[in-house]
Design a protein around this ligand. Structure first.
Ligand SMILES: CC(C)(COP(=O)(O)OP(=O)(O)OC[C@H]1O[C@@H](n2cnc3c(N)ncnc32)[C@H](O)[C@@H]1OP(=O)(O)O)[C@@H](O)C(=O)NCCC(=O)NCCS
Length: 332
């Protein structure tokens, strides 16, 4: 085998679209102007009571398999990046997905790296090809973080949206596919973005519910600073490692958390607007789903062509971050 590439991508979204002004209608003390100017977000899709992470992952997986021309019988590995699984602990979203797609008994598991989940899933799946343990992998990033936010906390609830994105990985010609992958984590920043209650440290009790410690807590400014430093360093290191420069990038697809973070990194890297993809304006921060949804839309819009070098750069709680550099195409 020569390389591992993406053969098809897909996305899955909940039914309900929530605009910034809808928060005001729901009684939140906020404004469209505040949300747009601080984050760039204009709307986001929010999962309803009958929608869970695996439902969105299933939609994305079906679309990716159709795009790649792959049937369930061909898939021999499923890796799902998520930190909002259907069930606390188990079974994994990967196993639920496997059952719904009618995939035979294969390796299937979730990886938990918050908003870096898709990069971790991609990197993990790629190594299964390198070691000869996989020939056709379904890789998903899926999250429903709206179920983990306090809808009365204006500093958090306006930021997140729900969704899923999926990719089918298969061998490609030499020089194409994943050229470089690297994962990073710095647990010393664990306290700047976390969910403290409801796990084994603080199992669910009335006190956890009363204190709202089962919701996302974030030190926004600290996250901003760590994120931009991490992304800039990781992307520069990645390009240098393969002997490329920012000008060689056809498309930079960063985690879609905040337009100000993306713009800061884009300008520091000297990338043009045409080299940078954003869609957080419509979707908010969909966590592990943000990069594969963006990848899916960028491809559908003709922003990615065979031979293009693209960079997927994720970052999120942990603190975690990661890069995948991919040369698109090489299918024959
Ligand atoms: C979250 C973020 C947008 C907040 O912007 P900020 O400029 O740091 O704002 P602050 O949190 O300091 O709050 C400033 C004021 O706005 C208020 N505010 C917070 N959310 C608000 C909202 N939705 N609407 C109106 N006002 C709001 C605060 O209460 C505060 O008011 P005060 O000055 O009277 O106390 C920004 O810190 C950020 O983008 N951080 C990165 C977050 C991120 O990307 N997380 C995901 C990583 S995967």
């Amino acid at each position: 085998m020569s390389g591992v590439g993406i053969w098809g991508v897909g996305k899955g979204l909940p039914k309900e679209l929530v605009l910034n002004d809808d928060f005001i209608a729901r009684g939140l003390d906020t404004s469209d102007e505040w949300i747009r100017s601080r984050t760039g977000i204009q709307s986001r899709y929010i999962a309803g009571p009958d929608e869970a992470t695996s439902d969105l992952a299933y939609m994305a997986a079906c679309e990716a398999m159709a795009a790649a021309g792959v049937v369930p019988a061909e898939i021999d590995l499923i890796v799902v990046g998520t930190t909002s699984p259907d069930y606390l602990g188990f079974p994994s979203v990967a196993c639920i997905l496997q059952q719904r797609l009618g995939i035979r008994v294969v390796g299937a598991f979730d990886v938990a790296a918050a908003c870096s989940g898709f990069n971790v899933a991609m990197t993990t799946a790629t190594q299964y090809f390198v070691s000869g343990m996989a020939t056709c992998a379904l890789v998903v990033g899926a999250d429903c973080l709206s179920k983990y936010v306090d809808w009365t906390d204006r500093s958090i609830c306006v930021l997140f949206g729900d969704g899923a994105g999926a990719a089918i990985l298969k061998p490609v010609q030499s020089g194409y596919g994943v050229l470089y992958s690297r994962l990073y984590a710095d647990g010393s920043h664990a306290d700047i973005l976390n969910i403290q209650g409801g796990g084994s440290r603080q199992p669910f009790t009335k006190a956890v519910l009363d204190n709202k410690s089962h919701f996302i807590h974030m030190q926004g400014r600290a996250v901003f600073k760590v994120a931009v430093t991490a992304v800039l360093d990781a992307l520069q290191t990645a390009l240098t490692a393969i002997g490329r420069t920012p000008e060689d990038l056809a498309l930079f697809i960063p985690h879609q958390a905040n337009l100000r973070i993306v713009e800061y990194v884009r300008e520091k890297m000297g990338l043009t607007e045409a080299q940078c993809f954003t869609n957080l304006q419509q979707y908010g921060n969909t966590s592990a789903a943000s990069i594969p949804i963006a990848l899916c839309e960028a491809y559908a819009q003709g922003r990615i062509c065979d031979g293009d070098l693209i960079a997927l750069v994720g970052f999120g709680a942990g603190f975690t971050w990661g890069v995948n550099l991919i040369r698109w195409g090489g299918y024959s």
